[in-house]
Design a protein around this ligand. Structure first.
Ligand code: UDP
Length: 476
């Protein structure tokens, strides 16, 4: 008689940057550890082509069951005004959606554990009621996790706004954090964005364990610090399990534009192409986009650039998605003649490109990235050095760590008082990474980390061991 597989539930929030790594974790639990996984999806009355495409992928294994939570009617929930910011909107929708969690988990026959996302910690209370151990899967760096775990302490120690502190902020496990780099949500402690972040991070100690999408060799100081630092011992910190890097393995190439990118790459020399894109929501101002175009042109390097309609607020609500029909013709937003002058050297794609396949292609030699954590991991796993171009959320912190601590990126310089990075500086960094000495150094470092990432996930590697340790708790 066949023995039933152990059953766990995984609960991501709606953002693609969260859905993707949670789905990869779920697949790993099924494929490597023999679990049956219920993947709980928060939905709204607004359709999401990106979500559908991801969840209908042919690469989803049979024991991974997608369970859509009842849709939240976003028109009916109170979002105080039209200017409500991204995190507040996300957390409000999530809170509403999780009202159904207790009955969903009960109907599913009470899984052995629930793994939840940072912005869904209300699930801890439901799990407590149902006596289900609740774990958190944090899809950001170990350094950012150290910052989050320490935030309640900072909040009680500091009276003024953090951005007004005269010195960089000392957090155990992180290099001193410059106030300019601080995550958007802590730059004004009076608004809802901060309150939501604070609410969820204050609840981290309620988790039975925290899984982090990172690995020992990538962030030794942060991981050791969270696990051992006496300061963290005073803050009730659950066991931390570095289980990464879990990145998307198999991208569905849904349209001809996707295939065109890869066919174009096939014709380019090894390590010769710079890939530019800004995550699922990043956009540039018109002025910045123009400078980037002219800087790229001056650099004379090959490139694939995902061009979006410029906005004044980096990434504000402008979420573009895989598979969505593009109404925006990039020609309209680029300097006159740019496409003709760069024909053959560069390829401009509108809105979205198959990032993982591009980063894994031998012709790709550099990545100009907004430094979302998934993008950073995808670049490192494929051994591609980065130009760090942070826009929003915790990306400025990531950019500094990737540049100064991990050594796989360079950051363009911006003089005090400048609104944009100028074309000459862009030319300098692009050339530097693609053919200069600086590029050689970070390329060597990223290739080392590529090897170490693969080792960490091997069946005798640290990250594999870490996840095995957690799943053994669940199985027993
Ligand atoms: N992505 C992509 N094509 C694009 C832009 C983004 O496939 O043109 C994917 C990327 O591979 C990554 C995710 O979208 O898996 C973005 O996640 P990340 O954490 O880097 O940034 P976020 O979107 O959360 O800001």
């Amino acid at each position: 008689m066949e023995v039933a597989k152990p059953h766990v539930a995984v609960l991501p929030n709606m953002g693609l940057g969260h859905l993707i790594p949670h789905l990869e974790l779920a697949k790993r639990l099924v494929v490597h550890h023999g679990f049956h996984v219920s993947f709980l999806v928060i939905t709204t009355n607004e359709p999401s082509a990106a979500q559908d495409q991801l969840l209908c992928s042919p690469h989803i294994p049979p024991d991974l069951h997608i369970v859509r939570l009842p849709p939240v009617d976003v028109d009916k929930i109170t979002l105080d005004n039209d200017d409500v910011l991204v995190l507040t909107r996300l957390c409000t929708i999530t809170a509403e959606s999780l009202r159904s969690l207790k009955s969903v988990l009960t109907d599913l026959g009470k899984p052995k554990a629930l793994v939840t996302d940072l912005f869904a910690t209300q699930a801890f209370d439901v799990c407590k009621e149902l006596s289900i151990p609740a774990y958190l899967y944090s899809t950001t760096s170990a350094a950012f996790n150290a910052f989050m775990l320490y935030l309640p302490q900072l909040d009680s120690d500091v009276d003024i706004e953090f951005i007004d502190l005269p010195e960089p902020i000392q957090v155990p496990g992180c290099s001193p954090i410059r106030t300019n780099d601080l995550v958007d949500q802590v730059r004004n402690r009076k608004i809802d964005e901060y309150k939501w972040l604070f609410y969820h991070v204050s609840r981290l100690p309620l988790a039975s364990g925290i899984l982090i999408n990172s690995w020992e060799d990538l962030e030794p100081m942060s991981i050791k610090s969270i696990q051992e630092n006496p300061l963290f011992k005073q803050i009730p910190t659950p066991p931390v399990y570095p289980i990464g890097p879990l990145i998307r393995q198999d991208e569905t190439l849904s349209n001809t534009a996707n295939l065109e990118c890869l066919e174009w790459l096939d014709k380019q020399p090894p390590d010769s192409v710079l890939f530019l894109t800004f995550g699922s929501g990043g956009t540039l101002s018109f002025e910045q986009q123009t400078e980037l175009a002219l800087g790229l042109e001056l650099s004379q390097q090959r490139f694939i650039w995902v061009v979006r309609k410029p906005t004044d607020t980096a990434g504000a609500g402008a979420f573009f998605h895989a598979g969505e029909v593009n109404e925006n013709d990039p020609k309209v937003y680029l300097p006159e003649g740019f496409l003709d002058r760069t024909q053959g050297v560069g390829l401009v794609v509108s809105s979205w490109a198959p990032q993982v396949s591009i980063l894994g292609h031998p012709s790709t030699g550099g990545f100009l990235s907004h430094c979302g954590w998934n993008s950073a991991l995808e670049s490192i796993v494929h051994g591609v050095p980065m130009i760090a171009w942070p826009l929003y959320a915790e990306q400025r912190m990531n950019a500094t760590w990737l540049t100064e601590d991990i050594g796989v990126a360079v950051k363009p310089k911006m003089e005090a008082g400048e609104r944009v990075v100028g074309r000459e500086e862009i030319e300098r960094v692009v050339r530097g990474v693609m053919e200069g000495e600086e590029g050689k150094v970070i390329r060597r470092r990223v290739k080392e980390l590529k090897e170490s990432a693969a080792k960490a996930l091997d069946s005798d590697g640290d990250s594999y061991g870490s996840l095995s340790c957690v799943v053994n708790h669940w199985k027993n």
